[in-house]
Design a protein around this ligand. Sequence first.
Ligand code: DGY
Length: 321
Amino acid sequence: MSRIFVTGRVPEVALEKLRAAHEVDAWTGPESISREELLTRVAGADAVVSLLTERIDAELLDVAGPQLKVIANVAVGYDNIDVPACTDRGVIATNTPGVLTEATADIALGLILSVTRRLGEGERLIRSGQPWKWGMFFLLGSSLHGKTLGIIGMGSIGQATARRAKAFGMEIVYQSRSALAAEVVAELGARRVDLDELLATSDVISLHCPYGPATHHLIGAEQLAAMKNSAYLINTARGPIIDEAAVATALQEGHIAGAGLDVFENEPDVHLRLLELDNVALVPHLGSATIETRTAMATLAADNALAVLGNEPPLTPINAR
Ligand code: DGY
């Protein structure tokens, strides 16, 4: 029987799977586990099931001990994990691709609609109790039909977002390390372009690339200046892919028309100037936040941990031992 530490609250079904075969310790506090508590509780664990709020670095791996076999992240993004440090210590790291694709694409579309059709502004107006009535020029937004969606990072979530946007009558261009398979191109009618062309021609830009050194502040002042004044920026990937201060300035100065953000550079903090702006839709990292999706993510993470502890190959590894 191995020892598993779960760094935060996860759906019970995943805990039951783990408990059926192993000794499980789980952080169940309402707040994220403190670093100090985390370092105490991982000591001696054979497997750690981690949430994206916990930093898994060399210090933690060393404190856990040489018996540690697997870090099973309950997220597709793994910028919270020092993967080379895991590999150096023979620890397998896993993530949860696939199971949150549709939910995250839903949120991307939700943000696109929210900001282009000014849904948040409308709701805030009604809730404020101020008088309003229908008017020809009242709270006019921008149509999606016939507009161009530029997708940066055309993995499964980018493609799922493109599929939804196509149903809204949008044209799709994308920038990605690799070209799409011919059948996906045929389905989406998506055209691969370079970043400059994407920035200059898109009416809405949606980010779906992973975060890492290569994508840190991928969208900064220069890129925002290259976008159309009428364009909107959507981020459901990771906060630091955009320079939040530069986005606030671009929104304030009218270099772009609006933004829809689900993720932030310093979560849970949000750049103060963004909070004052009406042309930005803000939601608190809800991309995968459905009961079904979180259950599937936690179950996949549990299956990954169980596989490695049972000397089987993990289902969705990030590195090789
Ligand atoms: C992920 O899995 O990376 C998401 O950001 C979680 O919501």
